[in-house]
Design a protein around this ligand. Structure first.
Ligand SMILES: Nc1ncnc2c1ncn2[C@@H]1O[C@H](COP(=O)(O)OP(=O)(O)OP(=O)(O)O)[C@@H](O)[C@H]1O
Length: 347
C-alpha cells in the first residue's frame, strides 16, 4: 500500500507541530522518520494511523483519501515504545487478542491457534507462547508486540520508537531482525526514531525532520554523503566545525584555501568528520594544531586537538600513530562540507 502525505499541517491550540509535510512512501518501502525530540515524528505517525486529524493537507492510502477510511479499516498495525502487553495474559493470548476482538474477520479457535503459532515462529519466539510478559525480556516483549500488530494482516506498519527503551546491543539485534521480517513480508513501514544509527541501518529512506518540517529525505547513503544542511550534518553526529569566511567561491582554512562554490560571500562553517582529517607530526598540513589529549579506542586513536584559532575538535588516527598529549603537528582535511551562515546555500 503506497501512502502519500500532501502538504499536511497539524496545529495544537496555537502551536504548529507539523508545517506542510509532503511525502510519498512507495508500497513495501521502509521509511524512517528521524529527528530531535519535538520535531513532529509521532504526530505524523498518529495522523497516518488516524489517531489524530490533520488540520490542513491530505493523506492518501493508495489513491483514497485516508479521512474517508475509518481507523479500523485502514489496515494499520501499530507498535509503540512501551509495549502495551496485557500482563495477566500469556504471550499467545496477547497475540491472539487482536484476532478475537476483530469484528471484520471471524476466525475459529483452530485458525487463531494456527495463526498465533505461525506468528510466534515469524518473530522467533517458538515455545514461549505460554509465558507471561513478566517472564520474558524487553526485546522479546517488543517482538510479541510486533506479532500482535501483524495479526490483522496490516497493509501498513507504524512503529513509534519500538526499541527506544532497550539497551544498545538488543536494539542493534532487533533492528537487523526487523529488517529481515520486513524483507520477508514487504509491508509498507513507517518507523519513528531519534537514533540516527538506527534510522540509517534500517531504512530504505530516511526522512529528517526539524521543527515540524522535512529538512532532507533520501537514502541512507545519500544522507551520509550529501547532508543537505548544517542541521543535518550536526544531527547525524560525530562532526567537527570550523568557522571561515567565504569570498568569491573560496574560503580560507588555516594556511590553505578550499572550494566554496556557489556560496554567498560572508561567514561560513566547514564541517568534517573525525575520519576525514589527516594528521602529520610536522607542518605539512593546512591547519597547525596542538594535541590536548590522546584517547585510545580498539583499533584507533582519537586526538583532541586545538587549532591556532582556538577551535577544538577531534580527529581519528590509526592505533599505530605515535603521538602524545602536548605534541604539535598539523592536519589536512580530505573531505568537507561548507555551509553559509548567512544563506542556505552549500558547496
Ligand atoms: N496533544 C498535544 N497537545 C499539544 N501539543 C502537542 C500534542 N502532541 C504533541 N504536541 C507537541 O507537538 C510537537 C511535536 O510532538 P511530537 O510528539 O510529534 O514530536 P516527536 O518528534 O515525536 O518527539 P519525541 O521524539 O520527543 O517523541 C511537540 O512540541 C509537542 O509538545
Amino acid at each position: 500500500m503506497k501512502i502519500r502525505l500532501d502538504n499536511v499541517v497539524k496545529t495544537f491550540d496555537t502551536f504548529r507541530a507539523v508545517h506542510g509535510v509532503s511525502l510519498d512512501i512507495a508500497s513495501g518501502e521502509l521509511v524512517a522518520l528521524l529527528g530531535p525530540s519535538g520535531s513532529g515524528k509521532t504526530t505524523i505517525l498518529r495522523m497516518v494511523a488516524g489517531l489524530e486529524f490533520a488540520d490542513g493537507g491530505q493523506i492518501y492510502f493508495g489513491d483514497q483519501d485516508a479521512t474517508e477510511i475509518p481507523v479500523r479499516e485502514r489496515g494499520v498495525g501499530f507498535v509503540f515504545q512501551h509495549y502495551a502487553l496485557f500482563p495477566h495474559m500469556t504471550v499467545a493470548e496477547n497475540i491472539a487478542f487482536g484476532m478475537t476482538t476483530a469484528r471484520a474477520v471471524k476466525r475459529s479457535r483452530e485458525e487463531i491457534d494456527a495463526r498465533v503459532k505461525e506468528l510466534l515462529g515469524l518473530v522467533r519466539l517458538e515455545g514461549l507462547g505460554g509465558r507471561f510478559p513478566g517472564q520474558i525480556s524487553g526485546g522479546q516483549r517488543q517482538r510479541v508486540a510486533l506479532a500482535r500488530a501483524l495479526t490483522v494482516d496490516p497493509k501498513v506498519l507504524l512503529l513509534d520508537e519500538p526499541f527506544g527503551a532497550l539497551d544498545a546491543k538488543v536494539r542493534r539485534d532487533l533492528r537487523r531482525w526487523l529488517r529481515e521480517i520486513h524483507d520477508q513480508l514487504g509491508i509498507t513501514t513507517l518507523f519513528v526514531t531519534h537514533d540516527q544509527e538506527e534510522a540509517l541501518d534500517l531504512a530504505d529512506r530516511v526522512v529528517i525532520l526539524n521543527e515540524g518540517k522535512i529538512v532532507q529525505a533520501a537514502s541512507p547513503s545519500e544522507i551520509c554523503r550529501n547532508p543537505g544542511s548544517a542541521f543535518v550534518m550536526r544531527f547525524l553526529g560525530d562532526t567537527n566545525v570550523l568557522r571561515t569566511e567565504a569570498v568569491g567561491g573560496r574560503a580560507r582554512l588555516g594556511k590553505g584555501q578550499i572550494e566554496a562554490d556557489g556560496l554567498a560571500d560572508g561567514p561560513a562553517e566547514v564541517f568534517f568528520r573525525p575520519t576525514e582529517a589527516e594528521w602529520s607530526v610536522n607542518g605539512e598540513g593546512d591547519i597547525a594544531v596542538t594535541v590536548n589529549r590522546v584517547m585510545d579506542r580498539p583499533g584507533e586513536r582519537n586526538l583532541l586537538v586545538t587549532a591556532e584559532s582556538g577551535e577544538s575538535f577531534e580527529i581519528r588516527v590509526p592505533s599505530t600513530t605515535e603521538v602524545v598529549s602536548g605534541a604539535s603537528g598539523s592536519i589536512s582535511i580530505r573531505n568537507y562540507r561548507i555551509f553559509s551562515l548567512n544563506a542556505r546555500s552549500a558547496a
